[in-house]
Ligand binder design. Structure first.
Ligand SMILES: *Cc1c(COP(=O)(O)O)cnc(C)c1O
Length: 411
């Protein structure tokens, strides 16, 4: 008898099951640079789904800077930062990133990473390791991004830290738990802008709570950096926060239009992460040309061009709130370029995404486990390269599709 290979069988069964639950994900390939239109299977689609909020991903000055960086620094970094991969381009970028936050975090220092995922793993596991085994508590918001969740799980496995989940919209339970907490290290961690809802963390209250209960506050501002605050410095600038207890994480592949991320915090904690942050220590440094490109991106973000682009985003958000009304679908209130529309079932969300695709729009359905069960949605995002007319055309299409779906019996 022919022996079957168990792993293949298991994979086949489980993928079939995902398909049945309408949870199978599919890759789609784009054939053009990231912008407000995409070319997919030779069809041009209007894209309202990227995180390129400022529309910088294909900015001519950044394209030029990448070439310039490659000429100047070559292509690869050759090794991790602590061996020989730490280039002057990385150093300049880190100085500039720290200068964005140092009126909010005293004695700020920044550390550059290849991705936000890695930055979260490093910060959470590294900070938890400040305490002895079993003497750290990690308070994590229930709707946190997967990379935070994984960082918390890894930290808990490595250090036996206690993990407590909290609701970021109601901090009572967080306060109650902190009151009773006698652990030597307390770390509160959450998204600055919640990635699937677009709402903001109550950061002022959290900074006060961190002060009162001797905790650290780690803010992952992946969707706020570049977008929030007068100069695009992010959520700390927006709310004018000043605290020595904050560790700020920003990503550079979203509004900054390139790739990478950074941790910014009091220099003593950053020094500790350089010593003990395993994902930082054991990973090859990002190409210096990327760091060089990012320096240019930061200039654009801070300067007039950034101001103009943020103004455009705010105009789009205003139009959306004034002109988009659904009869049955639920609009989530958000003051950021993330504007989710909740449809509930996976089937509904997939049907809407399909009709949008037929109408020439690229807005994928977001399903569990990315969002809680029963809250499948369209996650609509704006870019500063969208015009008011682009948005009004989308609004009209969405109204038609809602009507169409509601008047037909569902699967
Ligand atoms: C995208 C995202 C990350 C991961 O950043 P990458 O640079 O894409 O790895 C982390 N946190 C949040 C909240 C995100 O949305």
């Amino acid at each position: 008898m022919k022996k079957t290979f168990t792993a293949f069988n298991l994979a086949e069964q489980q993928i079939a099951q995902l398909d049945m639950q309408l949870l199978k994900r599919r890759l789609r390939m784009t054939e053009k640079p990231c912008d407000t239109t995409a070319l997919v299977n030779n069809r041009e689609l209007k894209a309202f789904c990227s995180n390129d909020y400022l529309g910088l991903a294909n900015h001519p000055e950044l394209v030029m800077a990448l070439g310039e960086g490659a000429n100047k620094y070559g292509v690869g970094s050759g090794s991790s930062h602590l061996i020989s991969g730490h280039s002057i381009a990385h150093e300049l970028l880190e100085k500039k990133l720290a200068s964005f936050q140092n009126i909010h975090i005293p004695d700020a220092r920044a550390l550059f990473f290849s991705t936000g995922y890695l930055a979260n793993l490093t910060a959470i596991t590294g900070l938890a390791r400040l305490a002895k085994q079993g003497e750290a508590s990690i308070y994590s918001a229930s709707l946190n991004h997967a990379s935070i969740i994984d960082g918390v799980r890894l930290a808990s496995a490595q250090t036996k830290a206690t993990v407590i989940l909290f609701d970021h919209q109601n901090l009572d339970s967080l306060i109650e738990s902190l009151k009773k907490d006698s652990n030597s290290l307390k770390l509160i961690v959450l998204d600055g802008v919640f990635s699937m809802d677009g709402d903001l963390a109550p950061i002022k209250e959290l900074a006060d709570i961190a002060e009162k209960y001797d905790a650290l506050l780690l803010i992952d501002d992946a969707h706020g950096f570049g977008v929030l605050g007068e100069h695009g410095h992010g959520i700390l600038e927006m709310f004018n926060i000043y605290s020595k207890r904050i560790i700020y994480i920003g990503t550079l592949g979203k509004a900054a239009g390139v790739s990478g991320a950074f941790i910014c915090g009091p220099s003593i904690l950053i020094e500790w992460l350089i010593q003990k942050g395993r994902p930082y220590i054991y990973s090859t440094a990002t190409p210096p040309a990327i760091a060089h490109t990012l320096l240019k991106s930061l200039q654009l973000i801070e300067g007039d061009e950034g101001v103009r682009r943020r103004r455009q985003l705010n105009q789009l958000i205003e139009i959306w709130h004034e002109e988009m009304n659904f009869s049955k679908w639920k609009k989530v209130v958000s003051s950021t370029p993330i504007q989710p529309v909740i449809l509930g079932s996976n089937a509904n969300a997939l049907a809407a995404a399909k009709l949008l695709d037929d109408a020439g729009y690229w807005i994928p359905a977001i399903r569990p486990p990315t969002v809680p069960l029963g809250s499948a949605r369209l996650r609509i995002t704006f870019s500063a390269n969208h015009s008011a007319e682009d948005l009004r055309a989308l609004i009209k299409t969405l109204k038609t599709i809602e009507h169409q779906l509601e008047s037909e019996p569902q699967l």
